[in-house]
Design a protein around this ligand. Structure first.
Ligand SMILES: [Zn+2]
Length: 199
């Protein structure tokens, strides 16, 4: 186990995009846990996703980052994702990537993989000083527009499912902009058909 934890980390760095789905699925939970910690995943979320014990993830966090995992409440506020035009666009992007990953990967791997690709795709929004080799792995959770915990809450919460009366179960809804085709997040009560950039 230690060998995997210690030496396999490089596989996540530059090569990940080119790896096949089979390789991605084979990665064990320890490798996924390390990857998530390096993307700002707090121990409680990583432990929940990987089913590893909180103590085990906390010690992994301390070893990898040289500081204890922050504790504190997990996000529950769905309005946060609508607070700015950038957050609306990033929320739409993350949920879109996640839904593709969730179709082919187990839950813990689906979110880790989606967040990895989200972070790489949005590298331009963070200061170049915030990462070394791979923009998915940044210095602090503050270096992501949507940090790991917020992203995890969003993808767990979001659904397009309807109840038996045909009403949406989720108060957030992704829409496609009528003008530029960008996908963005809205509240179900909002009527706009234009993204924040086109409004
Ligand atoms: Zn638009």
């Amino acid at each position: 186990m230690d060998a995997l934890v210690g030496s396999e980390l490089n596989v996540f760095k530059p090569g990940m995009r080119r790896q096949s789905d089979a390789r991605t699925t084979e990665r064990n939970v320890y490798e996924w846990a390390e990857m998530m910690i390096l993307m700002g995943g707090r121990s409680c979320v990583v432990s929940k996703l990987t089913k590893l014990s909180d103590a085990e993830v906390r010690s992994m966090y301390q070893r990898l980052l040289g500081r204890p995992s922050p504790s504190g409440q997990q996000p529950t506020d769905i309005k946060w994702y609508l607070k700015s035009p950038l957050l609306r666009l990033h929320s739409g992007l993350l949920v879109t990537i996640y839904s593709q990953c969730a179709a082919s990967l187990p839950p813990h791997a689906a979110f880790a993989n989606a967040f990895y690709h989200y972070a790489r795709a949005t590298a331009a929004t963070c200061d170049r000083q915030a990462w070394d080799e791979d923009p998915a792995f940044r210095n602090s959770e503050k270096d992501y527009v949507i940090p790991f915990s917020r992203g995890y809450f969003l993808t767990s919460y979001y659904t397009d499912a309807l109840d038996r009366h045909g009403a949406r179960l989720c108060e957030l809804q992704m829409r496609r902009c009528k003008r530029c085709q960008a996908i963005f997040m809205t509240h179900v009560s909002e009527a706009s058909c234009l993204c924040p950039n086109c409004e």
